[in-house]
Every structure is written in structure tokens, then in C-alpha cells.
Design a protein around this ligand. Structure first.
Ligand SMILES: Nc1ncnc2c1ncn2[C@@H]1O[C@H](COP(=O)(O)OP(=O)(O)OP(=O)(O)O)[C@@H](O)[C@H]1O
Ligand SMILES: CC(=O)C(=O)O
Length: 586
């Protein structure tokens, strides 16, 4: 078990050999492996490495005896009384849990404060998770954003989830969950079938634009122009490629196909035509109705499906402005038509989602990792949020452990610099939603510990009109990285916290805001821990209160330094032309 839970190899040795001294005291003594290789003579390094290896083997043997594979949060750690464990005492388990939640920094030369997971986790809420108990458990396990997929459920069921998330936020002292409404968009879906139909490779199957057809050899499609958009020779994909059909002929109402990859066709399955986007508007009538529902409920983000160009983003933003709604817009990059317009779409938006499911159906799958990298790079260069979505832990819909490839997939998204990684079916209708969140949490944390801070985003001075704020975000990051401190920022609009997140400081960005809406929004951004606090008229009093709050919540320790950055578009307690960075001792 020690093998799985520890975030650095040094911890295996310290932990497994903890015959004397508390785990905490051993933890205090730990130095990053990078530090060891800089400071120790070569021989000593070698012998320590050997000790680590042998202890890791011992830990591995212990792990084999213990059947639990991903014990990363209190619910998953077996009750201490019923546990037979060679190496652990109850204090060890408690310290370990604390450590897992916060993570290990171990990047700079000096002892640093522990940091939180930086990469945020978006969870789709569905039948497996739409109860009060599960929302609470997901939040405690690491969910940062709750996603409502408007392709499923009705307003009443989504309203219940929104109310539960708001209830959680209202009662939580140090955690906040943002709400993201994902539009259905111009999805093409097959119709209802009385029961699933088994289709064999080579057999004929027909799609019709007539409504209400569902037989063993023909099913309806919900989109009248389907027959016009599709041509003979096109490849139709069901559920992103789980089944495929070659179009052989068509009439005014029917599209006749040959089954290429057969399987079980169920009701209301998603259809794509390889290489083509449907000629439907990105925002349908249903979507406008759902968008209004989002406005009425003061949600935080729209994820807009099948965006093809920036015009649709402008249209939505104009609508939101006309109703005085301050909701951020994240286009889903999933349509073949969006690729030539990536730059203008992202420039018009507040971020982007790499929606790999439909992206990999409309375009060849081998393009997906390349596009993921490109979209992340573009968003990062423009200071916009970026989410990597779909199939991240797909096997955990039915299995309690991830495949190694899935673990690598999360690690890659984290290393590429995504703000957030997303769970879909894993949390919506999977059997192990909490375990999936915990795996994402652990893998992100472990990967983040290996990322060396300090790489300057290449666009300094270009992405933001407010160069002075950008300069202070950059230098605030440099100071916090050099001293190994967290960053503290006060923000009413979220702007300065988002700007700091863009520079990816290695410590946590504690973003204090006096706006609940902004606190919720900031939950999506990499490295930002948003905290709601009333601001007083006096700057010094507010700083003191903020540091006291951080210390009370165990986020910083007495004597620790923090970099306090005062900059941004709307000055708080300063003149417009005066920007500051202070380093303060708690
Ligand atoms: N609100 C909901 N109510 C009922 N079932 C849901 C809900 N949200 C999701 N699901 C179920 O979880 C599955 C996976 O969710 P996901 O968000 O990935 O939807 P999808 O339809 O597969 O894909 P897309 O994201 O393209 O709409 C859905 O296919 C559906 O069966
Ligand atoms: C998230 C989503 O809609 C997709 O991957 O297609």
C-alpha cells in the first residue's frame, strides 16, 4: 500500500522503516530527491538509493498482502480497528491522509509549505452521483467542478443537483464547487429501440428521418437533414466509434448502410459522420432554453457543444450581457469545422474543452493527442482555462482500478498544463465514482510533484492588455518560486488570480475574494485555492485576517513566508498606479 499512496520515492523508505519517531517527524526530515542529488556526495547518494530500493521492495511485499489498491482518501482507507497492518499505527494513517490531501511540494531548495493539488477535477453528475450523500463525498474526494450534461435528464433533475451543490458550498468552510452546464448542442442521435439490437459485421442496417421507427433493421434519426449531410461512401460512427456503418445508398428519407463494426445498438446513441460536422446551428432551441435555465440558476460556466466558429461565442456572450449574467463560456472543441477556427474561437471565449469523444469521431483518432497538445498550448498562451475530457478513466465505469494507459493519460494532461481533467461516465453512471476521483487526485498530485516550476509562458507582454498586472503576476511567481512560498492575492473580479494561475507558480495561489460568484468560478483554475472573505476598508487588517484564516485552516504554518501580490485591473487599497509584492511571515 505504501507504494501506491506515497507521492515521492523517499517517502517509501521513511514510512516503511518507521520503527521509531512519528510519521510526521519523519516527514519533516524528508528532502526532495532533487535536493539529495544536489547536496549529497555520490557514494552516499548511491547507498541511500540502495536503501530506498530495498525498502520499496519491502513495502511492495506489504502491498501485495493488502488487497486495496487505491487507498487515497478516508473513505477508502479501511477502518483502523479492523485492519491488520505491519507498518502503520493510527497516527501514521491520519498523517498519511493529511499528507495525501495536501501533497508534497519538494521542488525548491528550501523546505516549502505543503501544496494542494493544482489540476482541478470536473465530475459529470448523473444517476450514480446525484444524491446529497454522493455530492458531499465527491466534493470531499476532490471534485472542483460539477458538470451537468443537458443531453440527459430534465430541468427538475438538474435543479436538484444545482441546489445540492449550492447547499454544499454554503456549509463548507474551506472548499467550493463550481457548476458547469454542458449544452446538448446539435447532437445527432438514433431513436428509441424497444430493446437493444445485435448487429453483425456485413449485415444491412437503415437509418430513417421518419420519427418513431425502432426495429431490428431500421431506426430513426433525430435530425431531418441527416439524409442531405450524408453521402454514399461516408462512415457513420455510433458512440464515437463503438460501432461503424458504411453508407451504401440513400433516398429522400432513408440512409442504407452496411455494418462495418457490429455490436449492440441501444436507444438514443450518438451518431457522427467521419470528417464532417452536421449543418446545424451550434446553439439549438433546446440549448437556448437550457442556457436560460443556467442564467436563472446563476451557474458558473457553460460548456458549449459543437462550436464551429467564434460567431456563436459572440452571440452567446451578447445574450449573457443583455441579461446581466456573468457566466464564463468554454467552447467544446469537438467538431471538425472548429479546427481551422481554433484561435478565434478561443480568443472570444474564457477557455476551451478538449472534448475528445466527438473530436475523435469527426476526425481520425490519431489526431486527438496532437490536437489536445495544440489546444492546451493555445489556451495557455492566451491565458485561458483548458479542460481535457472524455475516457480519462473509462475502465473505472465498471472496474475498481484504472488501466495503466489511463493513468498515463491523466499524467500527460497534467504535464501538458491543463487547468482541469474531466470525468464523464465514470462519475455519471459508473460503479466506482469516488474511486475514480481519488485516482485522478492522486495521479495529478504525483505528476505535479515532478513538474519543475519557473518556465515562463512565452507570451509575456502579449496576452493581456494590462501589462503592469502581467508583470506583477510574473514577478510574484518568480518570488514565490525562488523562496518556495505560497502566493496570496485579493481579487474582486478574479482577474489577478487567473493571471497568477497563468504563470503556474509552484506554490498554491490563495485567492481571497469578497464575491461568492468569483470564489466559485476560481475553482476551475489551476493552482488557485479560492477563499471567500469580507474585505475591510483597511488593507493591513484584511491581510492580517487573511493570514490568520490560512493558519487556522492549516493551509500555512506559523513562521512560513507568503508572497502577497497586490495588482490587477481594479485597485483594492492602493492607487491605480501603485502595484506591490510583499513577502510576509505568517
Ligand atoms: N443527468 C443525467 N441523467 C441521466 N443519465 C446521465 C446524466 N448525465 C450523464 N448520464 C449518463 O452518463 C453517460 C455518460 O455521460 P456523458 O456526459 O459522457 O454523456 P454522453 O452522452 O456519453 O456524451 P456527451 O458528453 O457527448 O453528451 C451518459 O451517456 C448517460 O447514460
Ligand atoms: C465531452 C464531450 O462531449 C466529448 O468528448 O465529446
Amino acid at each position: 500500500m505504501a507504494q501506491v499512496v506515497a507521492t515521492r520515492s523517499t517517502i517509501h523508505s521513511s514510512f516503511a522503516s518507521s520503527g521509531s519517531g512519528s510519521f510526521q517527524s519523519q516527514l519533516e526530515k524528508l528532502k526532495p530527491s532533487g535536493f539529495a542529488s544536489r547536496a549529497l556526495p555520490r557514494n552516499e547518494r548511491r547507498s541511500r538509493r540502495a536503501a530506498r530500493v530495498s525498502v520499496a521492495v519491502a513495502a511492495k511485499k506489504a502491498a501485495r498482502a493488502d488487497t486495496e489498491v487505491v487507498p487515497v482518501s478516508p473513505e477508502d482507507v479501511p477502518k483502523v480497528e479492523s485492519r491488520s497492518c505491519t507498518f502503520y499505527t493510527i497516527e501514521h494513517v491520519q498523517h498519511l491522509e493529511e499528507f495525501q490531501h495536501l501533497g508534497d511540494t519538494s521542488v525548491s531548495m528550501w523546505p516549502k509549505p505543503t501544496v494542494r493539488r493544482k489540476t482541478k477535477i470536473v465530475c459529470t453528475i448523473g444517476p450514480s452521483t446525484n444524491t446529497r450523500e454522493m455530492i458531499w463525498k465527491l466534493a470531499e474526494a476532490g471534485m472542483n467542478v460539477a458538470r451537468l450534461n443537458m443531453s440527459h435528464g430534465d430541468h427538475a433533475s438538474h435543479q436538484k443537483v444545482i441546489d445540492l451543490v449550492k447547499e454544499y458550498n454554503a456549509q463548507s468552510k474551506d472548499n467550493v464547487i463550481a457548476i458547469m452546464l454542458d449544452t446538448k448542442g446539435p447532437e445527432v442521435r438514433s431513436g428509441d429501440l424497444p430493446q437493444p439490437v445485435m448487429l453483425a459485421t456485413g449485415q444491412e442496417f437503415t437509418f430513417t428521418i421518419q420519427r418513431g421507427v425502432g426495429t431490428a433493421d431500421c431506426v430513426s434519426v433525430n435530425y431531418d437533414d441527416f439524409v442531405n449531410d450524408v453521402e454514399v461512401g461516408d462512415m457513420l460512427l455510433v458512440d464515437g466509434g463503438m460501432m461503424s456503418f458504411l453508407v451504401k445508398s440513400k433516398t429522400a428519407e432513408l440512409v442504407k448502410c452496411e455494418v462495418v463494426d457490429g455490436g449492440e445498438l441501444k436507444s438514443r446513441r450518438h451518431l457522427n459522420v467521419r470528417g464532417k460536422s452536421a449543418t446545424l446551428p451550434s446553439i439549438t432551441e433546446k440549448d437556448w432554453d437550457d442556457i436560460k435555465f443556467g442564467v436563472d440558476n446563476n451557474i458558473d460556466f457553460y460548456a458549449v457543444s459543437f462550436v464551429k466558429d467564434a460567431a456563436v461565442i459572440h452571440e452567446l456572450k451578447n445574450y449573457l450581457q443583455s441579461c446581466g449574467a456573468d457566466i464564463h463560456v468554454i467552447p467544446k472543441i469537438e467538431s471538425a469545422d472548429s479546427i481551422p477556427n481554433l484561435h478565434s474561437i478561443i480568443a472570444a471565449s474564457d477557455g476551451a474543452m478538449v472534448a475528445r469523444g466527438d473530436l475523435g469521431a469527426e476526425l481520425p483518432v490519431e489526431e486527438v493527442p496532437l490536437l489536445q497538445e495544440e489546444i492546451i498550448r493555445l489556451c495557455r498562451s492566451m491565458g485561458k482555462a483548458v479542460i481535457v475530457a472524455t475516457n480519462m478513466l473509462e475502465s473505472m465505469i465498471v472496474h475498481p482500478t484504472p488501466t495503466r494507459a489511463e493513468v498515463s493519460d491523466i499524467a500527460i494532461a497534467v504535464r501538458e498544463g491543463a487547468d482541469a481533467v474531466m470525468l464523464s461516465g465514470e462519475t455519471a453512471h459508473g460503479k466506482f465514482p469516488l474511486k475514480a476521483v481519488k485516482v485522478m487526485h492522486t495521479v495529478s498530485l504525483r505528476t505535479e510533484a515532478t513538474i519543475v516550476a519557473g518556465e515562463t509562458p512565452s507570451n509575456l507582454g502579449q496576452a493581456f492588455k494590462n501589462h503592469m498586472s502581467e508583470m506583477f503576476a510574473f514577478h510574484g511567481t518568480m518570488i514565490s518560486n525562488t523562496l518556495g512560498t505560497s502566493t496570496v492575492v485579493f481579487t474582486r473580479t478574479g482577474f489577478m488570480a487567473i493571471l497568477l494561475s497563468h504563470y503556474r507558480p509552484s506554490g498554491t495561489i490563495y485567492a481571497f475574494t469578497n464575491e461568492k460568484r468569483i470564489q466559485q468560478r476560481l475553482a476551475l483554475y489551476q493552482g488557485v485555492c479560492p477563499i471567500y472573505m469580507q474585505f475591510s476598508d483597511d488593507a493591513e487588517e484584511t491581510f492580517t485576517n487573511a493570514l490568520a484564516l490560512l493558519q487556522k485552516q492549516g493551509m500555512v504554518k506559523e513562521g512560513e513566508q507568503v508572497a502577497l501580490v497586490q495588482s490587477g485591473r481594479q485597485p483594492i487599497w492602493r492607487f491605480q498606479s501603485t502595484h506591490n509584492i510583499h513577502v510576509r511571515k505568517v
